[in-house]
Design a protein around this ligand. Structure first.
Ligand code: PMP
Length: 424
């Protein structure tokens, strides 16, 4: 496969950008990332003209795929052409906020920001401000963006920064526990209960394999947080408006979190984040409350238009049926291939999320430790040596999930399954 243009672009990029990229994960592509020239439906075309079936979909925001429906495009273009931003509110922010409040039962009020990271950062500050407490409980293997309070590893007895530049004194306020481990959560509440502001969790771990909650885990988190006057934050940056459709994963699980963070799909492919929840809590944000929160670009009209029209299109068409159906076909086909050719591996996912995890025991992982056992080298060989050469674009590392879009077709699924069959 010719990749001269991508190689040249990467060399240029390396001389002016750290690692040649603007987000760490993108450099995981070996020996260098392919540079995309354009998207086309469920595919991308790179700078050398190679076409790939794209299961990365911008790492999640593109529910509809690369070809946006006419009304989505028209609304984006209108907002862009009317002068991009004003520093004062616009109607379309209210329209999107009303849509979110109407469809996500736990959300009575919402604030829009510019990334998932900004949403989780603000949610943590909000939880601390509302409760007057310091500590946040997170799940090992969960990802909540590139922020100081969650770039923390280890366990609740020895939390440590997972990145240079994060002070130990910040990490001390973050308590990591294994996903699905009720006993560990009980322990941290026994020890720190009156200083725990919130438990923050992805409803389904989407950045580390794909790990689903055990039966009753979220109900347990809901109960124990309530008991101790702590908040439950669902980080639905990936699952929001994907798993469980417009009601999000929380409606699928029947859980009412106090705060929900959104990103990705709610901005229709443009930079976005949002913090929603009970009115009494969200009202703590400035200017109605004492928790400072602000942003030049927040509620950007182009983003609001893309998000609103995307979600309206999904509400009016068979988007969720289509993506979930193709998701089922992919997972079903992969399960057969794995059972036949690599029975020790696991097919993970739900709705329009999927991943083959190279765990060695053939059991669905229940927490980060299970995923950590995954065969990273084998995955690299399969991905870089096999799938990409067969023009299938999968997420750049072993741990991030892959996404089906409305533009994908049964032909894409069949060709992808053939490629996996060959690769595995
Ligand atoms: N939370 C979760 C669950 C995420 O998956 C991500 C990003 N993949 C983030 C937060 C951070 O979002 P962003 O990259 O938009 O800052």
């Amino acid at each position: 496969m010719n990749d001269d243009n991508s190689r040249d672009l990467y060399e240029r990029a390396l001389s002016v950008m750290p690692g040649g990229v603007n987000s760490a994960v993108r450099a995981a592509i070996e020996p260098y990332p392919f540079f995309v020239q354009k998207g086309d439906g469920g595919h991308v075309v790179d700078a050398d003209g190679n076409r790939y079936i794209d299961w990365v979909m911008g790492l999640g925001p593109l529910l509809l795929g690369h070809d946006l429906p006419e009304q989505v495009q028209a609304s984006i273009q209108q907002k862009a052409s009317e002068g991009p931003i004003y520093g004062t509110p616009t109607e379309i922010e209210v329209d999107l906020a009303e849509f979110v409040v109407r469809h996500v039962p736990s959300v009575e009020k919402v604030r829009f920001v510019n990334s998932g990271t900004e949403a989780t950062t603000s949610a943590v500050r909000l939880a601390r401000g509302y409760t007057g407490r310091n500590k946040i409980v997170v799940n090992q293997g969960g990802y909540h963006g590139a922020q100081e309070s969650t770039l923390v590893e280890g366990d609740h007895e020895n939390p440590a920064p997972s990145s240079a530049g994060v002070p130990q004194s910040f990490a001390e306020h973050t308590l990591p526990v294994p996903f699905n481990d009720e006993e560990a959560v009980r322990e941290v509440f026994e020890e720190h209960g009156d200083d725990i502001a919130a438990v923050m969790t992805e409803p389904i771990l989407g950045n580390y394999g794909i790990v689903e909650p055990a039966e009753g885990y979220h109900e347990f988190l809901r109960e124990i947080t309530e008991e101790h006057g702590s908040l439950l934050i669902f980080d639905e940056v990936i699952t929001g408006f994907r798993v469980g459709g417009l009601g999000c994963a929380q409606s699928e699980f029947g859980i009412t979190p106090d705060i929900t963070t959104f990103g990705k799909i709610v901005g229709g492919g443009f930079p976005v984040g949002a913090i929603g929840g009970r009115a009494e809590i969200i009202e703590q944000f400035a200017p109605s409350g004492p928790v400072f929160q602000a942003g030049t670009f927040s509620g950007h009209p182009v983003t609001m238009a893309a998000g609103l029209e995307t979600l309206k299109f999904a509400a009016a068409n068979d988007v969720y049926d289509h993506v979930n159906d193709l998701g089922d076909q992919l997972r079903g086909g992969l399960e057969e291939i794995v059972a036949d050719q690599a029975p020790e591996y696991t097919v993970a996912g739900t709705d329009s999320m999927f991943k083959v995890i190279f765990t060695r025991d053939g059991e669905a992982p229940t927490n980060a430790a299970d995923v950590q056992n995954a065969e990273t080298d084998r995955w690299r060989r399969v991905f870089w040596g096999q799938m990409k050469d067969q023009n299938v674009f999968l997420s750049q590392n072993q741990f991030e999930c892959q996404f089906v879009s409305y533009n994908h077709t049964e032909d894409d699924v069949e060709r992808t399954l053939e490629a996996y069959k060959d690769a595995l």
